[in-house]
Structures are given as structure tokens and as C-alpha cells.
Design a protein around this ligand. Sequence first.
Ligand SMILES: [Zn+2]
Length: 111
Amino acid sequence: MATGTLMQRYTEYNDRLKAKGIKLITFACPSCGQSIETGPAPEGDVWDTLSDCPHCNAMFMKVTEGKKAYGLIPEAPPQYVDLIFQDGRTESVDVSKAEHVLELGGFAPKI
Ligand SMILES: [Zn+2]
């Protein structure tokens, strides 16, 4: 099991890369905008990996293309459920947007 906070592990990992003489590249977290350091990919290679931001803990897909890196936050795919109200109205609701469901009636439909 990993020990230490995400920030400690992130710092230690990057320090090890720097100690090996690897020049790190930086990119902005797609969630909080803070700068994140990462190792470059070999020229011509594209790496993608699920990552956590050491600043805000947001989970995102990190894409490294040579000396460029960026983060993408995947959107939940829409998932529609047909709600039938007591007055007979029906509405198709995208339950991947949970706040919307809560606005409608304060309950989550059975899926
Ligand atoms: Zn962040």
C-alpha cells in the first residue's frame, strides 16, 4: 500500500525523475488550473493515463505527447431514464447529471 499523501508521493516521484536527469514538463490541471509536473514521453509517443491532481485531487486523463502534456476530464455519458409523474406527465431525464434529478423531485429513480 502506498503511504504518504498524494502530494508527497507526487513530489517524491518527480524528485526521483529529476535526480535521474529527466527534465520535467508542466501542464495546467483541467480542474483547478494549478501547474502539474510530469515526465515527458519519448518523442513521437503518446501516453495517456488516469491521474489525480496533487493540488485538488480531481481525477482526469493525462495525455503526454513528447514534451507536451494536458489533462482531460471525461464527461459521464448521458443515461436517460423516463420518469412518470403522479399527474401523468412524463419526462426523460439524464441521470448522469444527478443535480438535475434532485431538482425535479428530490429522489433518484430506480434504474
Ligand atoms: Zn487540480
